[in-house]
Design a protein around this ligand. Structure first.
Ligand code: NAI
Ligand code: UGA
Length: 436
């Protein structure tokens, strides 16, 4: 099948590469001419383990093409995927301007029947809006399908090549047949393709992300309570997760969820609810708890230093919103750094992958270190904000030598307590006994 992907950001690029890998010919369209040129030269614009190999393989096989010209790509394709941004507007609702402006262009360019597949995360009713926008410009028949994306950054290739399920929202038999053909390789390996109406499909995406945000936030509250009563959240997590109905995943407490999706999607669903006179009380609580959780260690650091952080040098390990990505959108590291700077501390940060993005945002407000140990030079304490695997087994002797003061505030529970209890550090993590 010949397919156009409009928007070659995270989702567009991974979806496009996956569809090419599944044997389709894919034309990736983006308005960012520099990005398109770089991709044509074989350069992958995002950090995503395993993507480059698949990307280059499909360029070489002449199944993956890049252009800034929507018209050119449309002429070649039967199916058009939209993978455009839906950022939060000022009031938290999803900004549909990218999706609708491209829909408008598609309406002007249609010459024969096409299926328009929406991969962007959009509120219920967007498929109707896309349909109306296109229909206002053309009499040529077309169908609109909702096909939300569930990939995680850092595991995008795995999630995309081997998804837990594919959700397809459409009431058109013609469109469903075409989409079923595209995903036939998944059906062949037992991956369920779940067909439903568009609205349910659109809501499945928000409901899934919001549920995961609630799950994490619930565990964060349990962790905070563990500290009050002397329980250990690692044990509670293990005990809870062993029940299949709960499961072990997404039960890891920490300094809150971030990233480009959970915060935005929780906000957008709350806003969509309000438009129907409906209060998502659980989601409102989740947002509030998460906001406080992100900076929960700042008050612990302050308490440790007797309420005064003026002139304290704080090392920060990890800047990305989670491991295996260079994405820093809504990263907890940034909330912590902002608060610590406000309180007069200085920061020496280390994140080999996300540093470049933070530099663009914070410039020289903080210092950057070339490795994890040099960030600790004369530091008064260490804050761990991202669970990069290189932090899992550090040399505690080198750490002790470098640091001015042996204190670790671990926002990602990197070390089992047994690993660190005889190392002579003050060690504060989330939902567990404080050592030292
Ligand atoms: N990033 C993620 O992990 C996931 C994102 N999503 C959803 O997918 C959608 C896209 O997200 P990302 O890929 O992260 O966005 P992104 O911001 O990484 O990329 C969007 C791309 O669209 C391009 N673009 C903007 N206007 C355009 C136009 N008129 N024509 C052609 N290209 C245009 C931009 O230049 C950019 O390359 C959002 O709705 C998001 O919520 C869903 C699942 C996972
Ligand atoms: O819609 C999206 O864009 C995507 O949002 C999330 O993916 P992602 O944002 O890449 O990252 P996650 O792995 O879900 O982590 C999100 C945040 O939750 C935090 N988290 C995750 C799991 C956990 O147990 N505890 C926890 O604090 C992470 O540190 C991170 O800050 C979803 O997991 C994807 O299914 C979805 O497609």
């Amino acid at each position: 099948m010949n397919i156009t992907i409009v928007g070659t950001g995270y989702v567009g690029l991974v979806t496009g590469t996956t569809l090419a890998e599944l044997g389709n010919t894919v034309y990736c369209v983006d308005i960012d001419a520099k990005k398109v040129e770089a991709m044509k030269q074989g350069s992958v614009p995002i950090y995503e383990p395993g993507l480059e190999e698949m990307f280059l393989r499909n360029i070489q096989a002449q199944r993956l093409f890049f252009t800034t010209e929507l018209k050119e790509a449309l002429e070649e394709s039967e199916v058009i995927y939209l993978a455009l941004p839906t950022p939060p507007g000022e009031d938290g609702s999803a900004d549909l301007s990218y999706v609708l402006s491209v829909s408008n262009q598609i309406g002007e360019l249609l010459t024969d029947y096409k299926v328009i597949v929406n991969k962007s995360t959009v509120p219920v009713g967007t498929a109707d809006k896309v349909r109306e926008t296109i229909a206002a410009k053309t009499k040529i028949p077309f169908d609109v399908v909702s096909n939300p994306e569930f990939l995680r950054e850092g595991f995008a290739v795995e999630d995309s090549m081997n998804p837990a399920r594919v959700i397809v929202g459409s009431e058109s038999e013609r469109a469903k047949e075409i989409i079923a053909k595209i995903y036939q390789p998944f059906t062949n390996t037992g991956i369920p393709i779940i067909f439903m109406d568009e609205k349910s499909s659109e809501l499945t995406k928000y409901a899934s992300n919001s549920f995961l945000a609630v799950k994490i936030t619930f565990m964060n509250e349990i962790a905070n309570y563990c500290e009050k009563v002397g329980a250990d959240v690692d044990k509670v997590r293990l005990g809870m997760g062993s029940d299949d109905r709960i499961g072990h995943r997404f039960l890891f407490p920490g300094i809150g969820y971030g990233g480009s999706c959970f915060p935005k999607d929780v906000k957008a669903l709350i806003k969509s609810g309000k438009q129907e006179d409906f209060d998502f009380q659980i989601l409102e609580a989740t947002e509030n708890v998460n906001q406080a959780q992100k900076v929960i260690l700042v008050s612990e650091i302050e308490k440790y230093f007797g309420g005064n952080l003026q002139g304290k040098k704080i090392a920060v390990w990890g800047l990305a919103f989670k491991a295996n990505t260079d994405d820093i959108r809504e990263a907890s590291s940034l909330d912590n750094i902002e608060k610590l700077l406000e309180k007069g501390a200085t920061i020496s940060a280390y994140d080999a992958i996300a540093e470049e993005n933070v530099r663009k945002l914070l410039g020289d407000k903080i210092a950057y270190s070339k490795d994890m140990y040099s960030a600790l030079e004369n530091a008064d304490c260490l804050l761990i904000a991202t669970e990069w695997s290189e932090f899992k087994n550090p040399n505690f002797e080198i750490m002790a030598e470098k640091m001015n003061n042996k204190a670790i505030f671990d926002g990602r529970n990197m070390f089992p307590l047994e690993q660190i209890e005889d190392k002579g550090f003050f060690y504060k993590s989330i939902g567990r006994k404080t050592l030292g």
